[in-house]
Structure formats: C-alpha cells, structure tokens
Design a binder for this molecule. Structure first.
Ligand code: NAD
Length: 273
C-alpha cells in the first residue's frame, strides 16, 4: 500500500509521509537518505540550518529516481529573512541541493523580533513565480503571524509546518489552516521519541500487532497531517513507512486524541530567533 497524496491550495500534491533530516549528521545524510529512498520514501524535509542539504542533494543525484517523483522541501533560515537576502539564501540552498527547483520552500520560523517575515514572504512569492519553488509555505507560524501575512501579501501559504503530536495538537492553528486552505505539516510527530511509553497507545499497538511509533504515525495520517518522522536507523526508517496496512478505529483514534496536554517539546515561535 502506498503513501497518500495531499492536494495543496495551489493544486500541487505532496506525499503525506516523508522523511525528515533534522539532526541527521551531515556526513551520514547522503547514505541515510539513500536508505530512505530504498525503503520507498519520496518526500524529504531538510533546511539550511540542518547543515545537510548537500547530503540530501548527493542522495538525490545518485538515486536514479526521476526528479518529478521526488518531493523536496527546504527552509529559509531566520538570519536570512528579508527580500534580497531571502532570494540569495534560496539560490544557495538550491546550489547545495544541486537542484533546479524545490517542491516546497518554507520560512523556517517567524522570528517576530526581527520583523522581517513579511518581506521574506515577498521573496518566496517571487521565487514561486519563477518556478524555482513549486509551492511556498511557512513554519512555526501562529494565528497572529498568519493573520498578518494574509493581510499584507498576496499568496496564501500552501502549508504551515508546526510542532504537533498527540500531546500538543495546536487546535487553534490547525482550525485556522482549515479555514484558509493551509495544510498542516506536523513536525516532531513522535514528540522526538517521548511519546513512546503511553500505556494506552501500547494497548492499541498490541491489538494491531504494530509498534507504538506506527500507531502514533497512523493517528497523524488519519488526522490528515503531513508527517516526516526522522530516524538514523534503517529498521526504524522501514517501520515508520509501514503504516498503510492497518487502520485505527474511531474509538482508538479518539483515545489518542485524548492525550492532549499542552505538551510542547520544542521552542516557542515568538522566542526562536
Ligand atoms: P520525531 O518526532 O520524528 O522523532 C525523532 C526521534 O524519535 C528519533 O530521533 C528517534 O529517537 C525516535 N524514533 C523515530 N522513529 C522511531 C521508532 N520507529 N521507534 C522508536 N523511536 C523512534 O522528531 P523530529 O526529528 O524532531 O521531527 C521530524 C522532522 O520534522 C525533522 O527531521 C525535521 O525535518 C522536522 N522538524 C522541523 C522543525 C521546524 O522548526 N520546522 C523542528 C523540528 C523538526
């Protein structure tokens, strides 16, 4: 069974499951992404700040996979926000990736203290116009940041990539996204591993003969979230891809949804600069 595609507000499609490379060692990235391709992943989520765009690019180049079968995301780092600096940073990312275009380019954080994200967005609009990013979006934007962006610019972001997992579901932001056609990408879908002890989830996992990680990732899929769990480990990379041969019942889904506890594990969007 294969990975579902989600249609974005610009008509492009994105594989709902991908592979994220945050904290993947730059020296090992090419090999690990090659593993992910071998397992069947076609969607890779990287960022300038991860320092491993070159490794992703090398894996793409040597994979033999047609470019149009891949979905590659990278992100504009906070220090590069602004119009001219945004355009420049994008060209450098493309160069490191050895690509002519990316499928999705994101503003990584709003960094509101710098007050540059509106200008940065205008650079992304320009980049989209040029065809060098097929889709553009944001990351870590709150309702406040999104509202300002929608008020002051033309293109509605295709996605907002935010911390989201059963213990931190961001209901206000996802509702705003649904209302405005902004798809939700859930980063740290496994809460960076912290979620894998819930007795409740354990029970569901046993009932399906699946792992806890698989159950949580399946919960995301059924919620409609776009996810890209990260692992350095080949078995886990395979495990995280193998979530399309079972389904959680409405009750099971609801009991995982009930784990909400405002449990943020990453940085606060107003504070990361
Ligand atoms: P994650 O929730 O995917 O957790 C990754 C960790 O969970 C791994 O390091 C491993 O320890 C554990 N794990 C993974 N698979 C497992 C399995 N099958 N069984 C047991 N443990 C397992 O966290 P993440 O890496 O923080 O997030 C995923 C991706 O989201 C990143 O790689 C990156 O692409 C993106 N991200 C984006 C932002 C942002 O600000 N936009 C921030 C963080 C992450």
């Amino acid at each position: 069974s294969s990975v579902p595609l989600v249609t974005l507000n610009d008509g492009n499609t994105i594989p709902q499951l991908g592979f994220g490379v945050f904290k993947v060692d730059p020296d090992k990235t090419s090999r690990i992404v090659a593993d992910a391709f071998e397992v069947g992943y076609r969607h890779i989520d990287t960022a300038k700040i991860y320092g491993n765009e070159e490794g992703v690019g090398h894996a793409i180049k040597t994979s033999g996979i047609d470019r149009d079968e891949l979905f590659i995301t990278t992100k504009l780092w906070n220090a590069d926000q602004g119009y001219e600096s945004g355009l420049e940073a994008f060209e450098k990312s493309l160069g490191r990736l050895q690509l002519d275009y990316v499928d999705l380019y994101l503003i990584h954080w709003p960094a509101p203290a710098n007050d540059n994200y509106v200008d940065a967005w205008k650079a992304l609009e320009k980049i989209r116009e040029s065809g060098r990013a097929k889709s553009i979006g944001v990351s870590n934007f709150t309702v406040e940041h999104l509202t300002r962006l929608l008020g002051e610019t033309d293109v509605v972001p295709a996605v907002n990539q935010i911390e989201l997992h059963p213990e931190f579901q961001q209901r206000e932001i996802t509702a705003f996204g649904r209302e405005h056609g902004i798809a939700t990408e859930a980063w740290s879908p496994l809460a960076q591993g912290a979620l894998l002890k819930e007795p409740n989830v354990q029970e569901i996992a046993e009932a399906h003969g699946k792992s806890l990680a698989q159950v949580i990732l399946r919960w995301h899929i059924q919620q409609g979230n776009i996810i890209f769990p990260k692992s350095n480990n080949r078995e886990r990379i395979e495990e995280n891809f193998d979530i399309f041969d079972f389904e959680l019942s409405d009750d099971e889904q609801a009991s995982i949804t009930a784990l909400e506890k405002d449990g943020r594990v990453g940085g606060h969007p107003d504070e990361v600069n």
